[in-house]
Design a protein around this ligand. Structure first.
Ligand code: SF4
Length: 454
């Protein structure tokens, strides 16, 4: 094995590492464990750093012995912890607003949807308004946070539209509830987006569905298309049962029929089958419908509040809501602590609850708009331990740092008190080297727990 380069220092320039890895792969055909260890030592980078770089590039192949060496983690019981959460108010609406106006009496047919005011947004988008006005309402009206992607796709030929309705994290249930209660609004929003972007084909990407659910959604998509009487069609694509199923790169892989694992994050226009693709959440498309129908600006988001509260469920609240406001609406108790962001989230003490959700987790994924309340500080450690075990079992294993590191973290946090220094160091390494936000967040959750309990 020769790489032909020895100028890399501990912080490891990724470009140079990739060049070195390419040289090895050209010579050996695959990256073997021995070659990777030798290269790491030669260039004075940690093996996890090197594995992390190699795993983010699809061009590299690992020998089977490296690919298969997922360590055995601690035995994990069925996730009763999450079953409790999921049972607790999955579809219950605690506070409603423009987005959830139809939740109390979900329309069962397209006729009932139209009677309840449905299709008004699309009538406006395809009637009085020009496509560029519809686009500017969506982008400048701050309905989406992905304004650059929308604008870039708008100047391409027939881009695809993807509504990502996969929650990934079992704590997040907003998209599932939205599809259960008002799939018509999500689909009408997709048709409005098609007017804005000149799209002809869209995909409703969901969690893994039962046959009955898939049939119902397909029926709804056909009903909306018939009522819209345009040339835009939506295909329902059931996703995989996986924590990473909600990642946009996984959504594109499933739609494309590829292996459902994350790929390295990229910026700029996303591509699907050689064309631009706009991917946004179910909630965003429902918001397009609400805003275009009412003419009122988008101001609310869906949050899921669970755990030690009197009224767990979905809360529609202002985008600038604080953790405390949400917890109080759900009926929290004095001294409660919070986990914000689910399995990839962060623990907050009672004194930190006045932080705004939008600042804590500013990204658009519904998983980051979950609040799980804990009775007090003593609940942090048991929850972190259960979540670490769950993550170790259900993270996808696509990249080596997370595949090995998540299992090691779960083993280490089993002890009480854990070896905090080593565990924190491992969590830091994973935050820096894991491929996707789900794996990095899982390590961030451990790091956050250690700060609160040690
Ligand atoms: S970081 Fe974890 S979840 Fe993400 S791709 Fe790597 S193994 Fe999968």
């Amino acid at each position: 094995m020769t790489s032909g380069n020895s100028e890399i220092t501990e912080d490891g320039d990724a470009r140079l590492l990739v060049e070195a890895l390419r040289t090895i792969q050209e010579e050996d055909g695959v990256l073997t464990g021995a070659a990777l260890r030798e290269l790491a030592s030669e260039y004075m980078v940690s093996p996890s750093r090197l594995y992390g770089v190699a795993a983010t590039c699809p061009e590299f192949s690992f020998e089977a012995a490296v690919e298969d060496r997922r360590p055995q983690g601690p035995p994990v019981e069925e996730p009763e912890f999450f079953n409790r959460i999921i049972r607790a108010g999955h579809a219950q609406l605690v506070v409603s607003g423009a987005l959830t106006q139809r939740f109390a009496h979900p329309p069962a047919t397209i006729e009932a949807y139209v009677d309840a005011g449905g299709m008004g947004a699309l009538a406006r988008a395809s009637g009085d308004m020009k496509p560029e006005h519809v686009l500017s309402e969506i982008v400048l009206g701050k309905i989406t946070r992905k304004d650059a992607e929308w604008q870039a796709a708008a100047v391409t030929e027939q881009p695809f539209i993807i509504a990502n309705c996969h929650a990934g994290d079992p704590i997040a249930g907003q998209a599932t509830t939205l599809l259960d209660r008002d799939a018509y609004s999500v689909l009408e929003g997709m048709h409005c987006a098609a007017v804005a972007l000149g799209a002809r084909h869209g995909f409703l990407y969901t969690a893994n569905l039962t046959g009955e659910e898939e049939t119902r959604l397909n029926r709804t998509a056909l009903d909306i298309a018939a009522a819209a009487d345009g040339d835009f069609a939506v295909t329902v694509v059931p996703g995989v049962n996986s924590l990473v199923g909600s990642e946009d790169s996984v959504a594109r892989a499933v739609i494309d029929g590829r292996r459902p694992v994350p790929s390295a994050q990229r910026t700029g226009v996303l591509l699907l089958r050689g064309r631009a693709a706009v991917i946004d959440s179910a909630e965003m498309f429902a918001n397009v419908t609400a805003v275009l129908a009412s003419g009122e600006p988008a101001g609310t988001r869906l949050y899921r509040v669970t755990g030690a509260v009197d009224r767990p469920g979905i809360i529609e609240a202002d985008a600038s809501a604080t953790v405390r406001e949400l917890a109080e609406r759900a009926g929290t108790h004095a001294g409660a602590q919070a986990l914000v962001g689910g399995l990839s989230g962060a623990f907050l003490t009672e004194g930190q609850l006045d932080q705004r959700m939008s600042v804590l987790k500013p990204a658009d994924n519904p998983r980051w708009r979950t609040v799980h309340m804990l009775r007090d500080r003593r609940d942090i450690f048991p929850n972190a331990r259960e979540m670490a075990a769950y993550n170790a079992r259900y993270l996808c294993g696509r990249c080596v740092p997370c595949r090995i590191g998540s299992v090691r973290m779960a083993e280490m946090i089993e002890a009480f008190p854990p070896d905090a220094e080593t565990l924190a160091e491992l969590a830091e390494t994973l935050v820096a080297t894991a491929l996707c936000p789900v794996g990095r967040g899982a390590a961030g959750m451990i790091r956050s727990a250690l700060k609160r309990i040690i």
